[in-house]
Design a protein around this ligand. Structure first.
Ligand SMILES: NC(=O)c1ccc[n+]([C@@H]2O[C@H](COP(=O)([O-])OP(=O)(O)OC[C@H]3O[C@@H](n4cnc5c(N)ncnc54)[C@H](OP(=O)(O)O)[C@@H]3O)[C@@H](O)[C@H]2O)c1
Length: 75
């Protein structure tokens, strides 16, 4: 399964990536300003306030599970 962690560079996201990778899932993650340091995920820039970018990232990754661990919102 492919897991996408939105806000993967944050405190919560870092732990979710670790757990997803440990469980053997292909793992992708997003960041708003700078990528996280773990190599367990493929990193993608994403600001949730940009709907076109959200669509593009979703289409590119094709995740089975998406977890929103960001502190941002779509407002
Ligand atoms: N930490 C806790 O103990 C805790 C407890 C309960 C609930 N929560 C909730 O869990 C969520 C994450 O908390 P956290 O402590 O992990 O926060 P954090 O360390 O500040 O991480 C926030 C993440 O959200 C990303 N982000 C910020 N603005 C964004 C935007 N507009 N679009 C997309 N991504 C954006 C950040 O990217 P960059 O780093 O690249 O800017 C980062 O990856 C929050 O909603 C928080 O309220 C946390």
């Amino acid at each position: 399964m492919t897991v996408l962690v939105i806000g993967g560079s944050g405190f919560l996201g870092t732990e979710l990536i670790r757990q997803a990778a440990t469980a053997g899932h292909t793992t992708a993650a997003t960041y708003a300003t700078r990528p996280g340091t773990t190599s367990h995920a493929a990193w993608h820039p994403l600001d949730l306030r940009d709907p076109a970018r959200v669509e593009a990232v979703m289409a590119e990754i094709g995740a089975d599970i998406i977890v929103n661990a960001s502190s941002g919102n779509a407002d």
